[in-house]
Ligand binder design. Structure first.
Ligand code: AHR
Length: 859
């Protein structure tokens, strides 16, 4: 093969750039120069230069004439006289296949978008149900792609091979797209403007389309879809896999300008990184709160969870029932009744899949009891074999409800185990005529920052190490409940815990004592040094129940009261209540979110509900910023909360979603997002998807002001939602690879985005930030590939680059690698020194890796 010179390319681009005249078979007068790249003759080539009529001739001479349908028209040319304009809707078709799509082939076209949203297919070939290939713009990623499905059906859509571009295209700009199917390499590739942008494995499955060849649309589910809104010019098909040089030649660029290069521009200031960007979102799902972050060790301490004594059993020969006739108070209307048969009878709680015990540890137990029995109660942490690890006794029981508080201290000989129970037993004076009632039987281990009614230290510390800027709470579906009665009714979650009735967490299937209530969430923000992002219930429950009009007013008032509880001084009624609850100082509050995922409200009531909350909150607190959960028309909102749960590869390809966002539209809060791969926590595949997605959020944090991954937690024994950031059992916890990926991107971050381009580096996602004051650069690179990527790096605009720097790397050997309770540190980030740096250097990114290079590059 000969190479094309830059001069030849320019001449070709101006005159007959797509003429297979460049190929050896070309007429002698148009023979390529010695350096020219030889291009094969296409199987079909539509120049779209007719400018009139309804047919487009095949310039290859093979007679594959296209017929224009619908409102397809002639438009301004990239080359020659005209192009095909599919913007008014319509396309052009040839009624049979042009290339054998079961063998090597390539498909090319110049495309100028009139719109850069939605799925738009520029060239395709129909099967019975779907196109055999799509040279397209994808809605899910906002980028160009060359896509093939494994079967001629929509069944395997999720297994599509997508060779996607690494940037979001603009409208009004001509791009040269080339899709290559290369069976000998087992891959499909996408070139844009001659640069390799995407590559994906495509080896087996359905391949051969025999139907119509189309320009300006695709075919899916047996229907013509993916209308292109674009000018399309010089579309061509080849019965071979074109090479990289041929890709460059077809696009009219010098092959040398298409070589891989990671280029970091320190001279141009990109967006300032949003100071509020990285937060956390907590909701009680998978026993994230009860039996998770909330440190209470007794399961169903209030006996309110059911009509039967869930998680409790009788010890000895006694019997236990739930009693509704002997309430502790108006909140805890059920108690546990123990009918004694013999001395020593008692009750036992199994905890949340066990009660954890450690040596030399002090536990705080408390309970309410009354009864006919007049002796003392023994409260103990007991092993499965009856071994007592810690014990204490109460004062004698009386006929009135009395609170008993004890400290249980384990000895040095106590094991570290979760195979323990909490027992409360009668003494030798108990008799078969005795009855006892219990309420609010509680046991706390040491808590995070020693807060009473506090949090589990290992889990809270994991949150703190994420350096969150805000805490979104209390949910999610947990906020809404399946029905309105099951919502997070904040007024019932404050004050002494025995005065909180609790509620059914119907969204996630278990009882919440509401011990983790509004004030506890707020204190967590204080302990983490982050801002509260308050989600208020907005009159809609998950199963569709919703309120409007006058019925909405109490809910609006609840939200106003809640805001006053957070922010009011102690002269306000709810500020005074907060002080009475132990926190006189108001909390800072900037953002209030109105509802959750109200796009599910098919009644369309959000418009009215949002307006009611908006007007009331803005009237009382004009400075507060409001977050809408789905677009509304009648009132403004400061942020829109978008949620994304996708496959790792969708996140990989979606990293450019916000690059070309209309920057005049309301800013975004990506309040829930996560790659779905791995259970109960993300595997490396998901971590790479998450890190890729995060590069896009950081790069666009002038648009995406805040983001929070979801869900945060799962108990390993209650993994209702598959993929969660952190998992634990009663005793221990671990961070997922995705946790570490996010942590290293958050904690190795400058204040300004440095524009970075990754040329011909498919599979890499990247963002660079820098600190203008120090010149420190943080180049984050995600390598989704299975092979090391030796990458030329250039740093422009810097006076010099210090020869040494640091690389922090998270990597593994397989996409399914993950961390577990038993192997919690299989994948953790490691930092090492790097040398021989300068304004140009080469760095090898390991397979399946997230890397942040820290470089000193003063300007
Ligand atoms: O994060 C889990 C759930 O996903 C949230 O509760 C809800 O908002 C979303 O649908």
């Amino acid at each position: 093969m000969t190479r094309i010179s830059r001069r030849t390319l320019i001449a070709a681009a101006g005159a007959a750039p797509f003429a297979y005249a460049l190929a050896g078979a070309a007429p002698a007068s148009a023979a390529p120069t010695a350096e020219a790249v030889a291009l094969p003759a296409p199987t079909a080539h539509w120049a779209f230069d007719e400018g009139a009529g309804t047919t487009a001739a095949d310039a290859s001479g093979n007679g594959n004439t296209l017929t224009l349908t619908g409102k397809a028209a002639w438009g301004a040319a990239k080359s020659g006289a005209y192009s095909l304009d599919t913007t008014p809707t319509g396309y052009a078709e040839h009624d049979s296949a042009v290339v054998d799509t079961s063998a090597a082939f390539s498909v090319a076209a110049w495309v100028r978008l009139a719109r850069n949203d939605g799925y738009q297919t520029f060239v395709s070939a129909d099967g019975a149900a779907v196109s055999a290939f799509f040279l397209q713009l994808r809605a899910d990623t906002g980028t160009f792609a060359f896509t093939r499905l494994p079967t001629d059906s929509t069944d395997a859509n999720t297994a599509a091979a997508v060779a996607g571009a690494t940037f979001a295209p603009e409208t009004g700009t001509w791009y040269h797209l080339l899709g290559v199917d290369d069976p000998s390499a087992g891959t499909i590739r996408l070139y844009v403007d001659g640069v390799l942008e995407g590559e994906a494995a495509y080896t087996s499955g359905w391949k051969n389309a025999s139907g119509t060849t189309a320009v300006g649309r695709g075919f899916y589910g047996g229907a013509k879809v993916d209308q292109a809104y674009a000018l399309i010019d010089e579309a061509s098909l080849y019965a071979i896999a074109l090479t990289a040089d041929q890709a460059a030649a077809l696009a009219g660029v010098d092959p040398a300008d298409t070589a891989p290069l990671l280029s970091i521009d320190t001279a141009t200031a990109g967006p300032t990184v949003s100071p509020d960007l990285g937060g956390i979102f907590f909701e009680d799902i998978n026993h994230s709160g009860e039996g998770g972050l909330y440190a209470e060790l007794v399961n169903n301490r209030s006996f309110m969870a059911a009509a039967t004594p869930l998680h409790w059993s009788a010890t000895g020969a006694g019997t236990i029932t739930i009693d509704t006739s002997t309430p502790l108070n108006t909140a805890l209307t059920q108690s546990l009744k123990l009918t004694v048969t013999a001395p020593g009878d008692g009750i036992s709680n199994e905890g949340f899949w066990g009660i954890p015990v450690r040596p030399r540890t002090t536990y705080r137990a408390s309970l309410r009891a009354k009864g006919t029995y007049r002796g003392r109660l023994t409260v103990a942490l007991t092993g499965k074999d009856g071994t007592v690890y810690a014990t204490g006794t109460t004062k004698p029981v009386t006929g009135d409800w009395t609170r008993y508080d004890l400290k249980l201290r384990t000895t040095a000989a106590a094991p570290t185990t979760s195979a323990a129970t909490l027992t409360v037993t009668t003494g030798s004076s108990a008799s078969s005529s005795d009855t006892l009632w219990f309420s609010n039987v509680s046991l706390f281990p040491p808590t995070y920052k020693n807060r009473p009614n506090g949090l589990r230290p290992d889990l809270a510390e994991k949150l703190a190490a994420l350096n969150p800027k805000f805490l979104r709470f209390p949910g999610g579906n947990y906020l809404e409940g399946n029905v309105i009665a099951d919502r997070f009714d904040w007024k019932k979650t404050i004050g002494p815990v025995e005065e909180r009735p609790g509620h059914q967490n119907s969204a996630w299937g278990y009882w919440s004592t509401d011990g983790l209530g509004l004030l506890e969430y707020l204190e967590l923000t204080e302990d983490l040094g982050c801002a509260p992002l308050l989600c208020v219930f907005a009159g809609y429950a998950l199963h569709g129940e919703h309120v409007t009009g006058d019925a909405l007013k109490p809910f609006v008032q609840d939200a106003l009261d809640e805001i006053e509880y957070l922010t009011g001084d102690t002269t306000t009624p709810w500020g005074a209540r907060r002080a009475a609850d132990g926190h006189p100082k108001p909390f800072p509050l900037t953002y209030v979110e109105i509802g959750n995922e109200d796009w599910f409200d098919t009644s369309g009531s959000y418009e009215e509900r949002y307006a009611a909350f908006h007007d009331a909150i803005k009237a009382a607190h004009p400075h507060l910023k409001l977050i809408a959960t789905t677009p509304v028309a009648s009132r403004p909102y400061d942020l829109i909360d978008e949620h994304y749960y996708q496959s790792p590869s969708a996140f990989q390809h979606g990293a450019h979603k916000y690059d070309n966002r209309d920057r005049t539209t309301p800013k975004v809060f990506v309040g829930e997002w996560a790659s779905q791969s791995g259970r109960p926590t993300p595997d490396l595949n998901a971590a790479l998807g998450d890190a890729s997605w995060l590069t896009g959020l950081i790069r666009n944090s002038d648009q995406v002001l805040m983001e929070s991954y979801a869900p945060l937690f799962s108990h390993v024994s209650n993994n209702v939602w598959a993929t969660n950031l952190i998992a634990y059992d009663a005793l221990t916890s671990y961070n997922s690879p995705s946790y570490y990926a996010q942590q290293i991107l958050r904690t190795h971050q400058g204040t300004v985005v440095a524009p970075t381009t990754a040329r011909a580096l498919p599979g890499l996602n990247t963002v660079t930030t820098r600190d203008p004051g120090t010149g420190r650069l943080y180049a984050a690179v995600v390598n989704f590939g299975s092979v090391p990527r030796t990458t030329p790096v250039e740093i422009t605009g810097a006076r010099r680059v210090r020869a040494t720097g640091r690389a922090t790397v998270l990597s593994g050997t397989s996409l399914s690698d993950t961390n577990t309770l038993t192997d919690p540190e299989k994948l953790i980030p490691r930092t090492h020194r790097i040398t021989n740096l300068s304004t140009t250097f080469t760095y090898t990114f390991p397979p399946y890796s997230v890397t942040v290079l820290e470089l000193d590059a003063p300007r």
